[in-house]
Design a protein around this ligand. Structure first.
Ligand code: SIN
Length: 502
């Protein structure tokens, strides 16, 4: 029998930048923090905001829309970019320390797809950790953090009413007047990824089981430059390095990016990532040459530590690179206030798909998304809290299955990388579908395995349906953009069968 707690304030699932931003915007909130730390702590790259005198939210919006493959929503992008400067200001008030020049002004970096210098960083390449430090330090008595692993959402007949957590065989149901998913992305659906353990899109699948509509599941962003050194997760070599003049070269030291795009190393991420993929495919290899960056060790301590751990010194050595799954544009369909298609449920940050990134995210817009949309969601939640009444129900398997995935998850991740990765084909996607179905009975022995199998299948089906190439989704059998497919992919499966629990 599951234990039941009724909470008197909104419940936020996830304690990264998005979840904590919601919590800090509410009079009172509960945050469920998972055992794995989540992606925000790892973020090297910074926060984009129109802070320079020659910049404006409109220019930031134009750059965001330009890389989005035509699918970003103008209202969402407007909200994001207009909210940028105030979001940085709030963080600074909370005590976040960003890098500054000798005059004390914020240092603004430039990254791929940005026409202006507008990216703030902390300690060179440790921005996420500083953001988390500042947000956590600001949590007062109004926010109660509960350690736990959420395995499903709890429903009444007409709304999402709470969550169920698992610790071994123990189950605990929390009922709340509003539930906000801030569970992060799905990078670990792939064997090559920069994402830390636990980031397999479980929150997205839970929302789907509770009847929420999902969107844009085919759009995965592959970061161009992860350090190819046999590590999992793969250490990120931040795009800021290319912003500071690092180049991409073949083993003979020859640059190759100018063959692919006029912006060369600063071209949009999908283009740089595929160029590196082709280099590997041709057997040429690809390296980041950052030797021209002065004071490298002081300016990029995180990258230095990663490289040194595999006996490479970025100040002297070429760094072998590969693309790696990095950010998920797909997720729970949500409007610009985080409202999903199900009453009682909001979604924010990487697990949400608001259309703010379209088919391809502009670098350094994701921490910003967590901050800006987190504040917007808090306002909306405050106005729509309802104490759930009636029978509570959950999907039956979530009451009894063990949680953690077995080794079959590694097979799934490999299938996703090989067949649902940077370069897709119809045949490869069908092979992926069949292979996932074959693995299904083994994966479905655990909750995390079941969720990964379900998400993998939905990603494959969305990728099959999009017979064109756009943003992060590239089909070698349909290499061109098809203007008739300039629309989002929406998946509505309806709630799954549940059992009454209280
Ligand atoms: C990076 O530093 O290259 C990653 C930043 C981001 O993904 O926005």
């Amino acid at each position: 029998m599951a234990k039941l707690s009724r909470l008197d304030a909104p419940l936020i699932v996830g304690a990264g930048v998005a979840g904590l931003s919601v919590a800090l915007g509410l009079d009172r909130a509960y945050v469920i923090s998972a055992p794995d730390a989540g992606s925000t702590w790892w973020a090297q790259g910074g926060i984009a905001a129109a802070l320079a005198t020659d910049d404006s939210p409109r220019a930031h919006a134009e750059d965001t829309l330009a890389v989005s493959g035509g699918l970003a929503g103008a209202a969402a992008v407007d909200a994001l970019t207009r909210g940028g400067p105030a979001a940085i200001e709030r963080l600074i008030e909370m005590g976040a320390e960003f890098d500054r020049n000798d005059q004390g002004e914020l240092l603004l970096g430039r990254e791929g797809g940005h026409q202006k210098h507008r990216v703030v960083h902390a300690d060179g390449d440790a921005t996420g950790a500083e953001v988390m430090r500042a947000l956590n330090a600001s949590l007062g008595e109004t926010v109660t953090v509960i350690e736990g692993r959420v395995v499903d959402l709890v429903r009444t007949a007409d709304r999402v009413a709470g969550v169920i957590t698992a610790a071994g065989k123990q189950r605990h149901i929390y009922v709340a007047p509003a539930v906000v998913m801030a569970t992060g992305g799905a990078g670990r659906m792939y064997s090559m990824t920069t994402n830390p353990p636990g980031v397999t899109g479980e929150g997205i699948v839970m929302a789907c089981r509770a009847g929420a509509r999902l969107a844009d599941l085919e759009f995965v962003q592959f970061h161009p430059t992860a350090l190819l050194a046999g590590k999992d997760p793969m250490p990120l070599l931040t795009e800021a390095l290319r912003g500071e003049g690092a180049t991409l070269v073949d083993p003979h030291g020859r640059r190759f990016m100018d063959q692919y795009h006029p912006m060369a190393e600063l071209a949009p991420r999908d283009i740089v990532a595929r160029a590196i993929f082709w280099q590997h495919d041709r057997g040429s290899g690809a390296y980041l040459d950052a030797r021209s960056i002065i004071n490298f060790h002081e300016r990029f301590p995180t990258v230095t530590a990663h490289a040194m751990s595999v006996d490479l010194d970025p100040a002297h050595d070429l760094l072998p690179v590969s693309p790696a799954a990095h950010y998920y544009m797909g997720g729970i369909d949500a409007d610009t206030h985080g409202r999903t298609s199900v009453d009682g449920l909001w979604a924010v940050g990487e697990c949400a798909s608001t259309g703010v990134h379209g088919a391809n995210r502009l670098g350094s817009n994701s921490l910003l998304e967590g901050l800006v949309f987190g504040a917007r969601v808090a306002l909306n939640v405050s106005d729509h809290m309802v104490d759930p009444v009636g029978d509570l129900s959950v999907p039956k398997e979530s009451l009894r299955l063990p949680v953690l995935p077995g080794p079959a998850l590694e097979d799934l991740r490999k299938i996703m990388w090989d067949r649902v990765g940077l370069v897709r084909t119809g045949d490869g996607l069908w092979e992926a579908r069949n292979a996932i179905l074959e693995l299904g009975p083994i994966l479905r022995r655990t909750i995390a395995g079941r969720d990964a199998a379900d998400l993998g299948l939905m990603m494959v089906m969305a990728a099959l349906r999009r017979s064109e190439s756009r943003g992060g989704h590239y089909r070698a059998d349909y290499p061109d953009l098809d203007p008739t497919q300039e629309h989002r992919t929406l998946i509505d499966t309806g709630a799954v069968e549940t059992v009454v629990v209280g």
